[in-house]
Ligand binder design. Structure first.
Ligand code: CA
Length: 234
């Protein structure tokens, strides 16, 4: 018998909670549900879930506060659920330590894909070391030891900062990295909000690594939020 992975759903809207509950149960997950932030928070300690799905708009507390509290003691993957009108919330949640987000309304396949990615990401944080410092996804290779990015085995000659952007995304495969996170990591805190510099760099990176920069295969734009890299090969 295989041990099921447990998912805690913290969501006060019954219809959405029931939908997620039945989808996840049908796909072999063990589920527990909470309707309030306080209940959810205590269930994280009592049920030790493998992943948390968190609605940001809870009746008793802001979901953001819950992320901050949880991140003080665990890397447990958190997927945030938010309404389409709250773009800024998603960014804030990711910066606070959420792993990913999903926008209402969403379908079964999107929900499952996000969960699988977040679970895999949490299991394989040492993956790069295990792969001798190499990230590969299709024809794309990021070689952390040689400081090179290759496409079909050919060095694409990124600049230093272009390499930093791609290598950060590769280290966090499965996660959306926000504009501010990338700006702060590469140019420091003063660069916060200067999304234009990032866009220019990304355009150059895509010109070098993507067959068709308008339809990227390796680095995807999450509109208004940031960037994510394609899933690594197994
Ligand atoms: Ca809600």
């Amino acid at each position: 018998m295989t041990i099921k992975q447990k998912i805690l759903i913290i969501e006060d809207e019954r219809s959405i909670s029931n939908f997620m509950d039945s989808v996840l149960t049908a796909h072999g997950f063990d589920t527990v549900t909470a309707q309030t932030g306080r209940e959810g928070y205590s269930m994280i300690s009592s049920h030790c879930p493998d992943l948390v799905i968190l609605d940001l708009g809870l009746p008793d507390m802001d979901g953001m506060a819950l992320i901050h509290s949880v991140r003080e003691w665990t890397r447990l993957p958190i997927i945030v659920v938010s309404a389409r009108s709250h773009e800024r919330d998603k960014v804030e949640a990711l910066d606070a330590g959420a792993d990913d987000y999903i926008t209402k309304p969403f379908g079964t396949s999107e929900l499952l894909a996000r969960i699988r990615t977040a679970l895999r990401h949490s299991l394989n944080s040492d993956e790069l070391a295990a792969n001798n410092g190499v990230f590969t996804s299709g024809a794309l290779t990021v070689d952390y030891n040689k400081h090179q990015v290759l496409v079909d085995g050919v060095n694409v000659h990124l600049t230093q900062n272009e390499f930093k952007i791609v290598s950060l995304l590769g280290r966090h495969a499965g996660k959306v990295l926000t504009y501010d996170y990338l700006l702060k990591e590469i140019w420091g805190p003063a660069a916060k909000g200067n999304n234009q510099v990032l866009r220019v760099h990304m355009a150059n990176i895509r010109r070098k690594i993507e067959k068709n920069p308008a339809e990227p295969e390796y680095i995807f734009t999450e509109v208004g939020v940031g960037y994510r890299i394609a899933e690594p090969d197994r």
